[in-house]
Write a protein that binds this ligand. Structure first.
Ligand code: 13P
Ligand code: SF4
Length: 408
């Protein structure tokens, strides 16, 4: 029986995670024009095939075959299976950025992920390559928690406090191109969940303090758990308050200034979820993404980026039991791919990333068939000046030693 959100039944304890029923309607009527106030599109032209069309899979396959080497499809691990099935490569945001840069021959890069990832792909690809996001409404609520005007104001606050000169900005990949450009201009770098430790260590070689944007949890977990700083070395900067809600002395005393942002998916896991799953599944190993809160990662057994979670489960012995705290599409896929292991979702209630889920088969078919018809829809283009500086911060990240995605 589908629930009120339109999903079918999902069993969340052992390896019995059931695929949701196909959505009865195309998820969206959103996603064509850009909303300048956010990362997201607001409207769709309505030319989408019906989600109920039984030929969608065949249409996607035929369109992909017709486009051949002109097309390269990237799929983030949080995408639905129906989309992942057509990806030429799957990965976390770091791997997909590398892969976008590594395919200069593809005329069209269709990015099945969210808006900031497609922007990064546009920045890292050549001018003649077109990056397409199948649904412009696939934004990221975390990326929307920091806009460039707020970040410029924050920097002015740091200047007033006399610390801007010794502060290196590090921005998580999950941020707008404008913030990546700001980071590039001010001597900083981008990071992803798989190289946040290396990026932060690099930043401390360049300066005395780090301004970490926009995910306070990844910043805190990296500073305290990976670099060995104290919790009291970190302060949270609230962009809605004067001086971030801090005194100038508090900003001066801090080693890491954490932007007040978070992931609305990973931020839902609580320390109680960890206690509950340990009671429900004796001997379970709890593995969580570093976008989870400090309390959750402290209670977990293993903390790792998306790629590390995948590698850890793949390397685990048959019969082992795992509770995973990351996006549900990935957890379901891991359960399907590892039927010899018990895979549980850490939360008791179902929680997909709603914006990742906006990319579905109707949107994929629509963009591919449009390309065949000679129309490029939903192209993501970053203006040249922003792209130039954003590339500086992305290239600094790509030049760091590669991420360590091995299993523990
Ligand atoms: P990674 O792909 O870096 O693991 O990030 C997770 C995420 O939330 C992407 O939006
Ligand atoms: Fe943004 Fe979180 Fe969704 Fe990733 S999982 S796209 S960080 S809201």
């Amino acid at each position: 029986m589908p629930d009120s959100a339109g999903w079918g039944t999902i069993t969340l304890v052992t390896g019995l995670l059931h695929e949701p029923q196909p959505t009865p309607l195309a998820l969206l009527l959103l996603g064509q024009d850009a909303d300048p106030g956010s990362e997201r599109g607001v409207e769709c032209p309505g030319a989408l095939p019906a989600a109920s069309d039984p030929d969608l899979v065949d249409r996607a396959a035929a369109a992909k075959a017709a486009l051949g080497d002109r097309l390269f499809i990237l799929g983030h691990h949080y995408q639905r299976n129906e989309v992942i099935d057509f990806a030429d490569v799957t990965g976390d945001s770091f791997k997909l950025a590398q892969q976008a840069a590594a395919h200069p021959a593809a005329e069209f890069i269709v990015f099945c992920g969210v808006h900031f990832m497609a922007e990064s792909a546009d920045i890292l690809t050549a001018d003649n390559q077109k990056v397409i996001l199948p649904d412009l409404a696939a934004g990221c609520s975390m990326a929307d928690m920091a806009n460039i005007v707020q970040v410029e104001h924050c920097w002015e606050d740091l200047e007033q406090a006399g610390i801007a000169e010794v502060t290196i900005p590090i921005t998580y990949m999950n941020s707008t191109a404008a913030i990546k450009a700001f980071t590039g201009r001010h001597g900083g770098a981008v990071c992803t969940s798989s190289n946040a430790e290396r990026s932060m260590r690099w930043a401390f070689e360049q300066g005395e303090k780090v301004l970490f944007l926009p995910d306070q949890h990844l910043g805190r977990n990296t500073a305290v758990r990976e670099l060995g700083l104290e919790l009291t070395d970190c302060v949270v900067f609230n962009p809605r308050k004067p001086l971030g809600g801090r005194t100038a002395d508090q900003l001066r005393d801090a080693k890491v200034i954490l932007w007040k942002g978070h992931c609305s998916v990973h931020g839902r896991f609580t320390a109680d979820c960890v206690d509950d799953v340990r009671e429900r599944i004796p001997g379970v190993t709890v593995i969580v993404h570093p976008e989870c809160t400090y309390e959750v990662v402290t209670k977990a057994d293993i903390v790792g980026s998306t790629e590390k979670i995948i590698a850890t489960i793949a390397a685990a012995p048959p019969g082992s039991a795992w509770a995973i705290g990351t996006e549900l599409n990935l957890v379901k896929r891991l359960a399907q791919n590892h039927p010899d292991k018990t895979i549980a979702y850490l939360d008791k209630s179902v929680c997909f990333c709603s914006t990742m889920n906006r990319i579905d088969l109707p949107h994929l078919v629509w963009v591919l068939e449009s390309l065949i018809a000679g129309t490029v829809v939903n192209q993501i283009e970053v203006d040249p000046e922003t792209a130039k500086w954003a590339k500086v911060s992305l290239d600094r990240m790509l030049a760091l030693p590669g991420p360590d995605a091995k299993a523990d």
